[in-house]
Design a protein around this ligand. Structure first.
Ligand code: PHE
Length: 355
């Protein structure tokens, strides 16, 4: 038999259904629909509220009443869903419209950078020496702001020796002995001080000299230092390595020539020429009609240098070489003014992009 509580609850549920339907009808925005959902279907909503009255209903009627409540809940949920989906569709349509793009419109031109020709040449040279088993020393291993000790003294330049003036050095006002390195040869000392033998490395980097600027000389330029120290190293090993280097760098077998020279840190020392790549030795303007181009300095590491880093010159020996990057790049790419590398004119730089 239906009790009072039963008919009350049933009545309330029916009335709630009508109110919810009316509220749904009146809701004309997404937010209003959401408010209806919260009011009727929410966790603290009205249907849940009414269901608390289910405990007062006669046990045999509870299933029917529960089913009614569920039916109302479900019907309301579906109706809400249907109404909300209209808004969602509209939102999606709007978003799609806003995001459409006209693929026939001209694009925005974003110029692509390229490697600087000097970086390119350094990378090429390093790759050639890496192919012959030389490791490449990191840029930051050797400082450009250096002390006299590493730039000169440890490299066997005696104090007051005129060779120190050969490389018009920039001294700083930091301290009497602090300077901008005038050569990458400081790498020889710094590397040997910190690494066990055998040593077989190249070290590219920037150097500074107080030069009168012209088409061939600039106050800063780049060098690449090479160093090999081991047992039983011969001068012919140096010749072989440098000959192979010129072959790979300039692309093709051509004679190299070693002329006697002097560097305080090598003995014997040589300046190395390659047969002029422009006239093949016949003589032209670039080689000053001699048929040869000077490309680097080299020699067998002076025993005093080894001693300065605690290596026994009776047991070990080696060779070193140093080359000017700008000079090599100028020869390889027929560039006639060193300043072009430094004034960042895109018309110049662009020409090296595809290399
Ligand atoms: N450091 C020398 C220079 O700057 C080049 C060089 C390096 C010569 C290593 C011999 C050995 O002129």
């Amino acid at each position: 038999m239906e009790t009072k509580a039963d008919s009350n609850l049933k009545h309330e549920l029916e009335s709630l259904r009508q109110q919810a339907e009316a509220a749904l009808k009146a809701a004309d925005t997404k937010d209003a629909l959401e408010a209806v959902r919260v009011e009727y279907l929410g966790r603290k909503g009205r249907i849940t509220g009414l269901m608390r009255g289910l405990k007062d209903v006669a046990p045999e009627d509870r299933p029917a009443m529960g089913a009614l409540a569920n039916e109302i809940q479900e019907a309301l949920g579906q109706a809400l869903e249907a109404r909300l989906s209209v808004y969602l569709q509209a939102e999606i349509a709007e978003k799609l419209k806003a995001e459409t793009m006209d693929v026939t419109m001209p694009g925005t031109y974003r110029p692509m950078g390229g490697q600087h020709p000097l970086s390119r040449v350094v990378a090429d040279i390093c790759a050639i020496f890496a192919g012959m088993g030389f490791a490449v020393i990191d840029d930051d291993f050797c400082p450009e702001i250096e002390t006299e000790y590493y730039n000169f003294e440890a490299l066997n330049f005696p104090e007051h020796h005129p060779a120190r003036d050969m490389q018009d050095t920039y001294y700083t006002n930091v301290a009497g002995n602090v300077l901008l390195r005038s050569q990458t040869s400081n790498a020889q000392i710094r590397y040997m001080e910190n690494h066990p033998l055998p040593v077989r490395v190249v070290s590219p980097g920037r150097v500074y000299r107080n030069e009168e600027v012209n088409s061939r000389k600039f106050v800063l330029f780049h060098q690449l230092e090479g160093l090999l120290v081991d047992e039983h190293v011969r001068f012919s090993d140096l010749k072989g390595v440098l000959h192979e280097f010129t072959k790979q760098f300039f692309g093709g077998e051509r004679p190299t020539r070693f002329r006697t020279s002097f560097f305080p840190f090598t003995e014997p020392s040589a300046e190395v020429d390659v047969q002029c790549i422009f006239c093949e030795g016949k003589g032209c303007q670039v080689c000053g009609h001699v048929g040869w181009l000077e490309i680097l300095g080299a020699g067998m590491v002076d025993p005093n240098v080894l001693q300065n880093v605690g290596i026994d010159p009776a047991k070990y020996n080696g060779f070193a070489f140093g080359m000017g990057i700008e000079r090599l790049a100028m020869l390889k790419y027929s560039i006639n003014d060193i300043r072009l590398f430094f004034n960042n004119d895109l018309r110049f730089l662009k020409q090296f992009k595809g290399l």
